[in-house]
Design a protein around this ligand. Structure first.
Ligand code: DC
Length: 217
């Protein structure tokens, strides 16, 4: 069984997806982490962000492994190296949407996501899971929140990670990524027609998870 969760940056998708997967005993697949891992590789190799051909080449040779740990954390392995923390850096966040907008990059990563999904019951979160990656997912959710609330949540998240960014910078980054993610030509961020829309602005994490479990069961 596949559960697809899409929505804009900072809406809380990965938080609820992880909890949901744990409660259901499903595998959690963070597809954003895969685009981030590729972006890390692009920057590590000093590939200019506008060199689409080089980025596509790197994508075609990439090996990504996502491990669900027993404590609920996720380990992201890139070509055998643990990049779980590195992919959350501001420099990755800044460029990830430019990497993710490339059609050929998406072809490679979508194929990988489908292979992961075929391993068993999964919760996947991203931008195009219900529309493109698994259009016949058993349940689809579109998780949203007001722009102000999303900025607040992302700011708190980064603080916990020890990253010193201002709320203004976070707001700028979210607006920039949402714009690129929802206006790109290949599989832009869209709510699938059969997805359940949840506005989480005034809901706690527990309330969102309970709502989703209600729809699933
Ligand atoms: O969920 P996140 O913020 O970690 O995702 C990072 C970026 O990756 C996001 O800005 C857009 C891109 N992405 C995508 O294009 N498609 C997905 N399925 C997941 C993420």
């Amino acid at each position: 069984m596949i559960i697809a969760i899409d929505g804009p940056a900072g809406a809380g998708k990965s938080t609820v997806a992880k909890i949901l997967a744990q409660k259901l005993g499903f595998l959690y697949i963070d597809t954003g982490a895969m685009y981030r891992a590729l972006t890390w590789k692009v920057l590590e190799n000093n590939v200019p962000i506008n060199d689409a051909q080089k980025i596509i080449q790197l994508a075609q040779g990439i090996k990504i492994d996502l491990r669900n740990n027993s404590d609920g954390s996720l380990t992201v392995m890139l070509d055998g190296k643990d990049v779980s923390l590195a992919i959350r850096q501001a420099r990755i966040t800044q460029f990830v949407s430019d990497v993710a907008k490339l059609k050929e990059v998406r072809q490679v990563l979508v194929q990988m996501q489908r292979e992961f999904g075929q391993k068993g019951d999964c919760v996947l979160d991203g931008r195009d899971i219900g529309t493109v990656v698994f259009p016949s997912a058993a349940k689809k959710f579109f998780i949203d929140a007001s722009a102000a609330e999303r900025v607040k949540r992302r700011f708190e998240e980064l603080k916990v990670l020890g990253q010193s960014v201002s709320e203004n910078e976070v707001a700028g980054d979210l607006a920039n990524r949402d714009k690129i993610d929802s206006t790109r030509e290949t599989s832009p961020l869209r709510q699938a027609p059969d997805a359940i829309y949840i506005d989480t602005t005034d809901l706690s994490i527990e309330q969102v998870v309970a709502k989703m479990l209600g729809f699933i069961r």
